[in-house]
Design a protein around this ligand. Structure first.
Ligand SMILES: NC(=O)c1ccc[n+]([C@@H]2O[C@H](COP(=O)([O-])OP(=O)(O)OC[C@H]3O[C@@H](n4cnc5c(N)ncnc54)[C@H](OP(=O)(O)O)[C@@H]3O)[C@@H](O)[C@H]2O)c1
Length: 229
């Protein structure tokens, strides 16, 4: 039976690169994002409805995520890997002067959205003895001055740790992928000093391709510092 992987934030960057890598590895895919045109075009590139389906989904909306999971189960009947990857970046201002309305959006997307993805796929993952992969960040493992984005990624780290304990003995594995700087549309300007999205996709594939007896808890992956002259 070919495994099924559901990816949130599949329209761009790390999610897009992981969709290609997982497709190459033989996974059937559920590709979710708000940009319907992008995920539809990706699904078509990856082989069409037998191999990949596109679902328009806003992770901040639980009904939208329920629809995503229903579509996945209707198309493929199972979910083996969930990559809760959708996320947005922070804005300047710190805790002393930032736009607090934006905080709501940031927390709803990065924390609530990821937690709802986990909650709504948990039964299917238990049935499949599956794997949850969460895109955390190095910003969720280190102190970053004035960063509500960092707060959201510390929360994702906590979801990963707490979920792993909750699922102990179920056969479901939980991996946190914790990238440093990655050159994706997450940033307005190119970041040539960063990792490529494909580098992070390789970390995801490493984690999910281990034998059932191997539980990869965290992969922190950063760009190698430049060689000093
Ligand atoms: N780039 C970095 O340096 C870096 C480092 C560490 C961690 N990360 C994390 O990596 C993840 C992916 O980021 P990326 O670098 O690949 O950035 P990206 O290219 O901007 O991709 C973000 C993805 O999230 C989706 N998304 C955003 N809000 C969403 C929502 N409400 N509902 C559904 N999908 C939503 C976007 O799709 P739509 O806009 O089509 O919805 C897009 O597919 C994020 O969680 C980010 O925090 C990034």
């Amino acid at each position: 039976m070919e495994k099924v992987m559901l990816i949130t934030g599949a329209s761009s960057g790390i999610g897009l690169a992981t969709a290609h890598a997982a497709s190459d590895a033989g996974y059937r895919l559920v590709l979710a994002a708000r940009s319907r045109d992008k995920v539809e075009s990706l699904a078509s590139t990856l082989g069409g409805s037998e191999r990949a389906i596109a679902v328009e989904c806003d992770v901040t909306d639980p009904d939208s995520q329920k629809h995503m999971v229903a579509q996945a189960l209707s198309a493929f009947g199972r979910i083996d890997v969930v990559f809760a990857n959708a996320g947005v970046g922070g804005r300047p201002g710190g805790f002393t002067s930032a736009d607090t309305d934006y905080w709501r959006h940031l927390i709803l997307t990065n924390v609530y959205g990821a937690a709802v993805t986990v909650r709504l796929t948990a039964d299917a993952l238990k049935d499949a003895c599956g794997h949850v992969v969460l895109t955390g960040s190095v910003a969720g493992r280190r102190t970053i001055a004035g960063s509500m984005y960092s707060v959201t990624k510390w929360a994702v780290t906590a979801i990963g740790y707490g979920l792993r304990e909750e699922l102990r003995g179920s056969g479901v594995r939980v991996t946190l992928i914790e990238p440093g700087l990655v050159d994706t549309p997450f940033f307005d300007d190119p970041k040539p000093e960063g990792l490529r999205a494909e580098d992070v996709a390789n970390s995801v594939m490493y984690a999910i391709s281990q034998p059932p007896s191997v539980d990869v808890h965290e992969v922190m992956v950063l760009p190698t510092p430049p060689v000093e002259e």
